[in-house]
Design a protein around this ligand. Structure first.
Ligand SMILES: NC(=O)c1ccc[n+]([C@@H]2O[C@H](COP(=O)([O-])OP(=O)(O)OC[C@H]3O[C@@H](n4cnc5c(N)ncnc54)[C@H](O)[C@@H]3O)[C@@H](O)[C@H]2O)c1
Length: 282
């Protein structure tokens, strides 16, 4: 898609970090916004920033949990009732939990898989038929460099992001084979500064963390926090790169160039059939 003026952008996780910057980038292109997030205050802050810079933007918000199919269906209904359509679908909401795989609890798995994987699965399931029927639209799934490379202490996150890459590639192929003009982009950034390391702020009570973290888990969690804070590319730049990718109908987006080299190194490690490749200590 190239002409964004007056079109509708749906952004999950629109209340913080990358989702907020995507909202600003879409508003700058004259788009209407539909934000979905568990954090109502965060979404209102996004809309306040949008109103400051692009006061003519029309918008709607829905407090929702993307891990619920019914709530994602309600988001699509909101798009239809408010704007009659949806064009750019950013399946972007995400959370993170660290620690060695054997220490992660059932609640950890259910929470992170629910948001990072099922959130995207439901976004694809609910919105793709709408876009196909319209004959235009683009689905943008926020994966991660962790969709290609596995650093230690991020098992659940890595699993979900590999799955998002798999889902996105397959979706793009299926749309191609169906002769559809609906586009797909899979965004794969490395660490960049946002509030992702404080994901527990939005963790639901029924999936609460009940286990005292081990020293190893605390150390790894701190390491990830530092890596996020030190990220060299800002969310605002990643949002702009993503919108340009949509304009160019580009499938992959790797904002951090180093990641492509690491993927080649991982392929070489697979070729050698030796030790598991550690992307944080290559
Ligand atoms: N920051 C990084 O280093 C980094 C790197 C690669 C990929 N990503 C991905 O970028 C995306 C955006 O994350 P971010 O870095 O902006 O983090 P963030 O914490 O700043 O924003 C995430 C947003 O998702 C919302 N959210 C959490 N659970 C939700 C749920 N169940 N339903 C709806 N919304 C929910 C949060 O309230 C928040 O507004 C995520 O998919 C993340 O995995 C981030």
């Amino acid at each position: 898609m190239q002409d964004f003026q007056g079109k509708v952008a749906v952004i999950t996780g629109g209340g913080s970090g990358l989702g907020r910057e995507l909202a600003l980038s879409c508003a700058a292109r004259g788009m209407h916004l539909v934000l979905g997030d568990v954090d109502e205050k965060g979404m209102q802050e996004t809309l306040r920033l949008v109103a400051e810079t692009h006061p003519a933007t029309e918008s709607a918000t829905m407090k929702l949990d993307v891990s619920s199919l019914e709530q994602v269906e309600a988001l699509a209904e909101l798009c239809k009732s408010r704007f009659g359509a949806a064009h750019l679908i950013f399946n972007n909401a995400g959370v993170s939990v660290g620690g060695p795989a054997w220490e992660n609890t059932v609640a950890d798995w259910e929470w992170v898989m629910g948001v990072n994987l099922y959130g995207v699965v439901w976004g694809v399931k609910v919105f793709t038929p709408m876009l196909i029927e319209q004959g235009e639209g683009h689905i943008i799934n926020t994966a991660s460099a962790a969709g290609w490379l596995n650093g230690p202490s991020m098992a659940i996150y890595n699993v979900t992001k590999h799955s998002v890459v798999a889902l996105s590639e397959t979706l793009a192929l299926d749309l191609r084979d169906a002769g559809s003009k609906v586009g797909v982009t899979c965004l794969c950034p490395a660490f960049f500064p946002t509030a992702i390391h404080e994901s527990a702020r939005n963790r639901p009570e029924d999936k609460a963390d009940t286990v005292e973290p081990s020293e190893m888990m605390k150390k790894r969690t701190e390491m990830i926090k530092q890596a996020v804070a030190k990220g060299r590319i800002q969310a605002t730049d990643i949002a702009e790169m993503t919108l340009k990718a949509v304009e160019n109908d580009q499938f992959y987006v790797f904002p951090h160039r180093k990641i492509k080299d690491l993927i080649k190194m991982r392929a070489a490690a697979a070729e050698a059939e030796g030790a598991a490749f550690d992307s944080l200590n290559p």
